[in-house]
Design a protein around this ligand. Structure first.
Ligand code: 5GP
Ligand code: MN
Length: 321
């Protein structure tokens, strides 16, 4: 199925492997596993991300070095693989220029509507995580190539992008892959789940308390927003990254079809959009300089935050009607 990409990768000796900016478990898990695999095949591999590992994924950091994309190092590569994103500018400023480098750019991703700026790759919006695609690619070559560290990284990718195996993107095959990973990785689920999810400091819970008070409901409770200002982050001693997972709270309301987290960031408003209905937040995000999946997407608004709430709710209401 992926034999063309496999052949293309095997033909290169020095490869740059990127994961998307502000990386999540799927981005880093896929990147770490693919990088180890290619290195074990004798390739020179440079793994790049413009941002650091989030705290709850730092346990993965020793598995493979991921560096900031310095143009001098990036330009030493003969080809690039982009993981868990389908637009070059999702991978940072250095990556955004690589489309015109003349070197092949391959994509492995599961977001809808990819940009046509890649030479080849795997694009499967029907699959729950990029980690599953990387696993399939590796197994097509040699299923015994999955080391314990690769298995842990891929498992983290799958559970973080599937809501711990509960989203509708989860297939019987997803569970088969997870079963294989548990076997080849020799780890138990709580080891990884606790590292990722039971990793709060007291400041996170203080911020959660403040953010829960900022939930507003619209359209007969079908839409919920959670607005977080810089002042709220400062008061709790937190940063934007500490909001990870918070949008699940407004989404958990019984009648809510979609929930939106809005946060002041870099002088603008970052939007984090989630749906548990047919409301398509990828479509919604495309009105706000963003994108993502049908049920999880993100974007930006120029602000102020009250205006962002109004505009996002207005656009979402149009889809409900
Ligand atoms: P989160 O809300 O967790 O930041 O992002 C959810 C999903 O939305 C991510 O998996 C990513 O695919 C997408 N996403 C988030 N922010 C952006 C953005 O600024 N641009 C695009 N194109 N996608 C985004
Ligand atoms: Mn993903």
């Amino acid at each position: 199925m992926n034999s063309r990409l496999l052949k293309a990768l095997k033909a290169h000796q020095t490869i740059g492997v990127f994961s998307h900016a502000r990386p999540d478990g799927d981005a880093l898990g896929s990147q770490v596993a693919l990088s180890i695999w290619l290195k074990n095949m004798g390739k020179n591999i440079f793994a790049f991300n413009p941002d650091p590992f989030p705290d709850n994924l730092k346990w993965m950091e020793p598995f493979f070095p991921v560096q900031q994309p310095d143009a001098n190092v990036v330009n030493q590569c003969e080809a690039y693989v982009f993981l868990d994103g389908n637009k070059l500018d999702r991978f940072g400023e250095v990556a955004a220029q690589l489309g015109s480098s003349g070197r092949p750019c391959y994509m492995i991703d599961h977001h809808p509507d990819p940009e046509m700026e890649f030479d080849d790759g795997i694009s499967r919006p029907d699959i729950g995580s990029t980690a599953e695609l990387v696993y399939d690619l590796i197994c097509e070559h040699d299923s015994s190539a999955v080391t314990a560290e690769m298995a842990k990284a891929l498992y983290a990718g799958i559970i973080t992008d599937t809501g711990s195996l509960r989203f509708d993107s989860v297939r019987p095959q997803t569970h088969r892959i997870v079963a294989d990973l548990l076997e080849s990785g020799g780890f138990s689920p709580p080891e990884i789940h606790e590292a990722i999810y039971d990793n709060n400091e007291i400041r996170h819970l203080k911020l959660l308390g403040a953010a829960l008070k900022k939930i507003e409901l619209f359209n007969s409770n079908q839409l919920a927003t959670m607005s977080v200002t810089q002042a709220t982050l400062d008061e709790a001693g937190c940063t934007y990254a500490d909001l990870e997972g918070f949008v699940a709270y407004p989404l958990s309301l019984k009648q809510t079809k979609a929930a939106f987290l809005l946060c002041e960031k870099d002088g603008r408003i970052k939007l984090s959009l989630r749906s548990k209905s047919s409301l398509d937040v990828n479509k919604l995000a495309r009105n706000f300089e963003g994108g993502g999946h049908q049920k999880a997407a993100g974007g930006w608004h120029d602000g102020p935050i009250e205006q962002a709430v109004k505009d996002v709710v207005d656009q979402a209401s149009k889809q409900l009607n």
